[in-house]
Design a protein around this ligand. Structure first.
Ligand code: APR
Length: 311
């Protein structure tokens, strides 16, 4: 079986391990700085496997040597966003954590593909590429799958149609400037506007953009973890199965969508080589303007990071 190491065994990391093991997608190694916690969660999860008849092996550790020869490294290590805190407030603290995790893990798994979840997402993914020295196709950030899923969930709630019929695409940075593409989204091939009145659709787009904050406001002591971790599972499975699945992910752009040198959410094809292709949608002027505004926010965050930590 493939091997996935999940760094950070908190809410998102341990829930990702749970979904991965339950689906027998890979053996999972949970790593955390807290002693005993990853070992305890891993053992508990392992003990659940006989009940569902699955043979995934799950182990917990504080030692990066145990991540040796991972096919995929998932980075969730970091501090979660607290109420009132912006993702950017977390920049320096999480950059140092993610930077050290990237350096430690690449020593043991030089051929791994990295999926980053730690926020601020676009910048932490950039940090991971710099610190691992990996080519761009091997490093991606989880954002668009989650943002698109949130939009789909809200559309399903509004229309009562099965989520299986709802196709939503949210591109751009993983922040308030993200760009839900209504023109490309649809319900079983029918444009959203045919189902939903304009003001209601606009409210859904706003709720999507603020989706992370809504959960933080409700939980009060942490941020979302079920949907983010499930998004990781979809991405990891697509890579391990060489599925050629097209998903919106944060990837390094080198001119695509008019952007260069940033990680940014765009549709990509995922397969055994990680990011195998960047799909370029034809966008109209309004969509390009919104995407450019989002790219400007990400560029600003990367510039800020460069001034604060060594890259
Ligand atoms: N090495 C390994 N693990 C670390 C390190 C480190 N240097 N620093 C912190 N951690 C661990 C913490 O001990 C904790 O168990 O990372 C874990 C983070 O888990 P939670 O606090 O439960 O946070 P979670 O909700 O999982 O979110 C993690 O994902 O979606 C993003 O914004 C979110 O950046 C946050 C990250």
């Amino acid at each position: 079986m493939a091997k996935i190491s999940v760094i950070g065994a908190g809410m998102t990391g341990s829930t990702a391990a749970h979904w991965l093991a339950e689906r027998e997608i890979a053996d999972v190694v949970l790593v955390d700085i807290m002693e005993g916690m990853p070992q305890g969660k891993a053992l508990d999860l392992l003990e659940a496997m006989p009940i569902i008849g699955k043979d995934a092996k799950i182990s917990g550790t504080n030692d990066y040597a145990d991540t040796k020869d991972s096919d995929i490294i998932v980075i969730t290590a970091g501090l979660p966003r607290k109420p009132g805190m912006t993702r950017e407030d977390l920049l320096v603290k999480n950059a140092n954590i993610v930077g050290s995790v990237a350096e430690e893990t690449i020593k043991y798994s030089p051929n791994a593909t990295y999926i980053v979840l730690t926020n601020p997402l676009d910048t932490m993914t950039y940090m991971t590429m710099k610190k691992t020295g990996l080519p761009a196709n091997k490093v991606l950030g989880q954002a668009g799958v989650l943002d698109s899923a949130r939009m789909s969930a809200f559309i399903a709630m509004e229309t009562g149609v099965s989520v299986q019929n709802i196709n939503c695409y949210v591109l751009g940075g993983h922040g308030d400037s993200m760009v839900p593409l209504t023109r490309h989204s649809n319900i079983a091939g029918v444009p959203l506007e045919k189902y939903i009145e304009a003001d209601k659709l606009e409210a859904i787009l706003t709720r999507t953009r603020k989706g992370g904050g809504e959960i933080v406001g409700l939980l009060k002591t942490g941020s979302a973890f079920y949907a983010p971790s499930m998004a990781v599972v979809q991405m990891a499975e697509a890579i391990l199965s060489d599925r050629k699945l097209i998903l919106p992910c944060a990837v390094y752009l080198d001119g695509e969508y008019g952007q260069k040198g940033i990680f940014f959410g765009v549709p990509v094809m995922l397969g055994k080589d990680g990011v195998e292709k960047i799909i370029e949608y034809e966008l109209n002027d309004d969509e390009m303007t919104a995407l450019q505004a989002s790219a400007n926010a990400v560029t600003k965050s990367v510039e800020e990071l460069k001034g604060l930590v060594e890259l």
